[in-house]
Design a protein around this ligand. Sequence first.
Ligand code: TIU
Length: 263
Amino acid sequence: MPTVDARPHPYTFELSTTALLVIDMQRDFLEPGGFGESLGNDVAELRRTIDPLAALLTAARETGLPVVHTREGHLPDLSDCPPAKRARGAPSRRIGDPGPNGRILIRGEYGHDIVDELAPIDGEPVVDKPGKGAFYATGLDTLLADRGITSLLVTGVTTEVCVHTTVREANDRGYECLVLADCVGSYFPEFQRVGLDMIAAQGGIFGWVADSAALIAALRTAWAAPAPPTTESSEPTTAPTITTAGSPGVPAGPPAPSVPQPC
Ligand code: TIU
């Protein structure tokens, strides 16, 4: 089983019961002219998450780890948007207003979709959610249960809003969560630091925190090829490989046995 150097202590998980969760990596939060900027935020604060998350996505896909994406947004008629959510604050553009990337935070608009660098590939579910938490008013819990997933590798934006809400929801539902510090981002550096501290404090009250490099290293170790055969056989392996940016791939080993881990 992979073990990741994490805080408050190492995180051990089963490959067969773990998924990578990518929360709300949408243009509306990461690019100018969207919801995040309309709230007065500097979107550049979030964009540093894109490269490490792209590398982690590559590793997850090559190891066969399930990947689930989420998007925050609302129906075009705003029937799933609480009036209080739309009315709050003094944004330059409110939810549903027209912007350079289409209507703000509305499903189907260009700004609502995931940034090109992290675009879902065939077979990866995309969960549309009207709230901050990914479990609220979605089928995420059922989707994960159907796949036997009990452990979540959590990434996305923003750390203190949708990531935190989702980790708290997941924790109450019995999921183990490892949050990847360099793959989650906040518009506020102090919220990034404190948000991560709050997850790992008190013995991991909500979960664990690690860097993506540690996770990728653990995945590579878990999937490393078994020792070469001592016979004369020199059959080339056809196993998939795990690669990280700038490093060669390593042959993958067999998947871990499918033993559900306790919640
Ligand atoms: N405003 C803010 O920090 N975040 C959100 O509104 N949504 C998510 O975090 N996805």
